[in-house]
Design a binder for this molecule. Structure first.
Ligand code: SF4
Length: 395
C-alpha cells in the first residue's frame, strides 16, 4: 500500500489527514480524485447540511492606494495612476444606498494597506477628510453605513493593530484578512510577495489572533497558485485551524485561486486548473472540519465552479447586484439565477446569508450592541436573511 493509498483510506474512514497526508492529497492525480471529493462532500453534508449560501453585497473600494506591491494585484495603484482613487463619505453612502435599493445586505470595504505610510498625497487626502490614518477613516465611513443604511459593514483593510480592530469592531458585523500563505519564501526577490511588507505571514497571523482575542467574527483564507508548495498550502490551512481552535472566531475560510491577467508582475504564470481548486477545497474541508464554512468565489473559476459543491464547499461568498469584483474586474459575477440553477442541480438549496454567519449572529459576545440591532433587523429565526428580504430571485 502506498502512502497515497493510506491517506485515501484515512479520509474514506471519515478521519482528518495529517499534514504529510494532506500534502499528498493535494498532488493526487485526477483519476484518483473521486474518493477524496466524496469524503469532503460527506463531511460538508454532516456539518452544514444540504445548503449553500451567499451574501448579497456592495463592494466598496474605499481607496485603491496601497503601500504593498503584490505580484498578482491589479487593484492597487500609486497616486496619480489611472484608477487611483479614495472615495468620499458621500460617494460611499450613495453607492451603499443604491445597493440597498437592489437588496444588498453587506457593504464589503476593500482597500489597500496603509497607503499613508509611503504616499504624502494620501496623507493630504486623509487630512482633508479629518483623519490621520486610513483605518480611522474606514471606521468613520463604516459608522456612516451602519447608521444611514440597513447594510452591515464588513472590513477587509489588511494588517491591523489591536486598537484598530477594537475601534472597527464597534461598527462592523465581521472583518477579515486573507492569510494567503504562511510561506516566508514568497517574500523573496521577484516572488509573489516581494515588496509587500504587509504580507509577512507573522503580521497577518497576529492580526487574526488579535481578532480572536477581541471576539470578532473573522474571515480568512488562502490564495493558491502564487508559487507555494503543497506542504506550504497545508501549513497555511493548519495555521488557520490552530487559530480557530484557540479563539473560535473563524467564521469562513476562502480558497481563492490566482488568475493571471495583463498588467501584473505574474501575468505569465499558469492559472490553477479546476482539479487543483477542487483538491484544495476538499483538503481544506477535511482539515478544518465539517462545521467550517468553506468558500470559493465562483467568478474566479467560471468554467468549472459548478463542480465545487462536490468538493465540500458550502458558500459562494459575496455576489453583488451592483458593483463589479474590483479585485478581479475582468471576472464578472455569475448571474444569480445561474448560481441558483447550478447549486440546485448539484442537489443543494441556495440561501442568502448576512456578512455574519448564523452561528455567530446568535452569540451576543461576538457583536457590539449597535451592530447586533442592525443584524437582528435582517436575520430570520435560522440566522440567515429573513425569507421576505431575500429579493435576489428578482435580480
Ligand atoms: S493584494 Fe492587497 S496588499 Fe497586495 S498590493 Fe493588492 S491591495 Fe495591496
Amino acid at each position: 500500500m502506498t502512502p497515497v493509498d493510506r491517506a485515501l483510506d484515512r479520509v474514506r474512514e471519515g478521519r482528518a489527514p495529517d499534514a504529510a497526508e494532506a500534502a499528498l492529497l493535494l498532488g493526487l492525480d485526477e483519476a484518483r480524485l473521486p474518493p477524496l471529493l466524496a469524503a469532503a462532500a460527506a463531511a460538508r453534508d454532516r456539518g452544514r447540511g444540504r445548503r449553500v449560501t451567499f451574501s448579497a453585497k456592495v463592494f466598496v473600494p474605499l481607496t485603491t492606494l496601497c503601500r504593498d506591491y503584490c505580484g498578482y494585484c491589479t487593484f492597487r495603484k500609486d497616486p496619480g495612476a489611472p484608477g487611483a482613487s479614495t472615495m468620499t463619505p458621500e460617494a460611499v453612502l450613495a453607492l451603499v444606498q443604491a445597493g440597498e435599493r437592489l437588496g444588498a445586505k453587506e457593504a464589503l470595504f476593500s482597500l489597500g494597506d496603509k497607503p499613508e505610510a509611503i504616499f504624502p498625497e494620501h496623507r493630504a487626502v486623509l487630512r482633508r477628510l479629518g483623519h490621520r490614518t486610513t483605518l480611522s477613516y474606514l471606521r468613520a465611513v463604516s459608522e456612516l453605513v451602519l447608521t444611514k443604511s440597513s447594510l452591515l459593514p464588513h472590513a477587509n483593510p489588511g494588517v491591523m493593530s489591536e486598537r484598530d480592530l477594537s475601534a472597527l469592531r464597534e461598527v462592523s458585523a465581521s472583518m477579515g484578512i486573507m492569510l494567503e500563505t504562511t510561506s516566508e519564501r514568497l517574500l523573496g526577490p521577484g516572488l509573489a510577495h516581494d515588496r509587500a511588507p504587509d504580507k509577512v505571514p507573522a503580521r497577518r497571523l497576529k492580526t487574526i489572533a488579535l481578532a480572536g482575542k477581541l471576539q470578532i467574527p473573522f474571515t480568512t483564507g488562502l490564495l493558491i497558485g502564487i508559487g507555494e508548495t503543497h506542504a506550504e498550502r497545508v501549513d497555511t490551512l493548519l495555521a488557520i485551524r490552530d487559530l480557530h481552535e484557540r479563539h473560535g472566531h473563524i467564521q469562513e475560510v476562502i480558497v481563492q485561486n490566482f488568475r493571471a491577467k495583463p498588467g501584473i508582475r505574474m501575468r505569465d504564470w499558469a492559472d490553477p486548473a479546476l482539479p487543483d481548486l477542487q483538491r484544495t477545497v476538499a483538503v481544506a474541508r477535511l482539515l478544518l472540519g465539517p462545521e467550517m464554512n468553506i468558500q470559493a468565489p465562483p467568478n474566479l473559476m467560471a468554467e468549472g465552479y459548478a463542480r465545487l459543491p462536490e468538493a465540500g464547499l458550502n458558500d459562494w461568498g459575496g455576489i453583488s447586484p451592483l458593483t463589479p469584483d474590483h479585485i478581479n474586474p475582468e471576472k464578472p459575477w455569475p448571474l444569480i439565477r445561474e448560481l441558483a440553477r447550478v447549486t440546485e442541480a448539484a442537489g443543494y438549496e441556495l440561501r442568502e446569508r448576512l456578512a455574519i454567519y448564523p452561528e455567530y449572529a446568535r452569540r451576543p459576545e461576538f457583536m457590539d450592541a449597535a451592530v447586533r440591532a442592525a443584524a437582528a433587523r435582517l436575520a430570520g429565526a435560522d440566522g440567515l436573511v429573513r425569507p421576505e428580504l431575500e429579493t435576489w430571485r428578482a435580480w
